[in-house]
Every structure is written in C-alpha cells, then in structure tokens.
Design a protein around this ligand. Structure first.
Ligand code: GLP
Length: 239
C-alpha cells in the first residue's frame, strides 16, 4: 500500500519527513531505522537534529556502501551516514555494511544482525535515477538478498556528483530488497524534476524488476515527494 504526499518544495518535504520519523521514534524509542545517504535526505536529517529528540535507544542500519574503500576514504557512505545522521542525532547503536574483509561474510552478518533486531521498523530511502533503492540496481526482484553488486552506468553517473574529481567505485554492497520490503514502514523521499519520470514509473507501472522501487507498491510505503518530482507546479497534485 502506497500513500503519496505532495509537498510544496524540498524544505517542506524535509519538515514532513522529520515529523514522521520523530513520531515513530517517540512511539518506539528503540526504533531500528534503515538510513539512506545521497543528497535527498540530508535536509531531513538536519531538521531532525534541530528537534528535541532522544535517539539514544535507536539503532541506525546502513543501507549501502561502496566496496573496497578504506574507513577514512572521503567517499565512504558509512562516513557520510555518521556525519549526517549518527553523530548529529546522538545515535549509539549501528549496524554497518562492509565492516569485515570478506564482503559475502559481511552480507550474511548484516542480515543476521538485522534479524536479531527483529527486522527494520522504518526505512528512510531515496530514489535512484534508474529506480534503484540503496544499490539494488535494475533488474532486481523483490527477494534479492543483501549482496555485492556492480553499479550500472546510471548510478556511476549520478554518484559522480557526490565526489568531485574522485572516481566512483564500481562495486558496492547493498541491503537487499528483502530487508527493505520487510520494513514495518518505508518513507521514500523524492525531490526534484529529474526524479519525475522514474517516480511516475515506480508508482504507476505494475511492479517490475526494471524499476526496483516499484516493489514498494507491495510494502507499507509513504512517498513524500515535492511538486517538482511530481511534475505539478500548481493546481491539483499528483497522482
Ligand atoms: C544513490 C544511493 C541511494 C540513494 C539514491 C538517491 O545512488 N545508492 O542510497 O538513496 O541514489 O540519491 P539522491 O538522493 O542523491 O538523489
């Protein structure tokens, strides 16, 4: 079941997302949250950090990570998640991807740690320009496990915008679609006109491996999208 809320702009989207996440945290202080990086959720995390929330019992679970980077590499997605979410909110428990040298063992360990938490309560996700969630690149079925993936040219191109002159690693680890779709609730944040076509496909087409985000139609999903992402500048909102 998907609910879509259309927000005026990226700022109102961040406020609404922070409202929903804050409410979930107050309801369950030991919330397990799957945490996306990328540009879209950054304003939401900054807004959350400005609010008077106690996240000391929350567990933050990493969504994706490049393969083969050192801990201190500026491109590390764990580093990005730590700076934007874990530290500003005072989070004390984390489940990370890519902590152990053997990536396959790391994936198994990650899924076991998520299972030990009782699964994910809340997944806060962005939408890849090719419809990926985390790094679940198309084509990708709903049962895809946490695993090593090779990034598609579309993802290499979109991720290049994050790192200036540094090359984007070509392989990555991603929480599986099984972890994402098993979440008690998913909040998908979508901002900007460049996401308009892929958002429409994710919501309107029957679920398909070609658009991994379309599997969210079968999950408890709230889409928070700004008007630009919905292709609506005024008047009645999408869909
Ligand atoms: C990236 C990441 C995702 C992110 C998505 C959207 O490639 N792997 O976790 O949510 O693409 O990113 P952005 O919010 O910068 O558009």
């Amino acid at each position: 079941m998907v609910g879509v809320e259309v927000l005026e702009d990226a700022d109102t989207l961040a406020e609404r997302a922070a409202d929903l996440i804050g409410d979930a945290l107050r309801e369950k202080p030991s919330l397990s949250v799957l945490v996306a990086t990328g540009h879209t959720p950054m304003a939401t995390y900054a807004e959350l950090a400005r609010r008077d929330l106690d996240a000391s019992a929350l567990t933050a679970v990493q969504l994706d990570e490049y393969l083969g980077l050192g801990e201190d590499d500026p491109r590390s997605l764990w580093g990005w998640m730590r700076r934007s979410f874990v530290e500003p909110l005072g989070v004390k428990q984390v489940v990370r991807l890519g902590e152990v040298p053997d990536p396959d063992e790391g994936c198994r360990r990650f899924e076991a740690q998520v299972a030990a938490l009782g699964g994910i309560d809340l997944a806060v996700l962005g939408l890849g320009p090719n419809g990926h969630l985390g790094f679940n690149e198309p084509p990708c079925g709903p049962g895809a496990r946490t695993r090593v993936v090779t990034l598609t040219p579309a993802s290499l191109a979109s991720n290049a915008a994050y790192w200036g002159d540094l090359p984007v690693p070509t392989r990555a680890l991603t929480a599986g679609m099984d972890v994402i779709l098993g979440a008690g609730r998913v909040i998908l944040l979508v901002s900007g006109v460049h996401k308009r076509d892929i958002l429409a496909r994710a919501l309107r087409e029957p679920p398909t491996p070609e658009v991994p985000a379309s599997w969210l139609q079968d999950a408890n999903t709230t889409v928070l999208a700004d008007r630009a992402a919905c292709g609506v500048t005024r008047g009645p909102a999408f869909p």
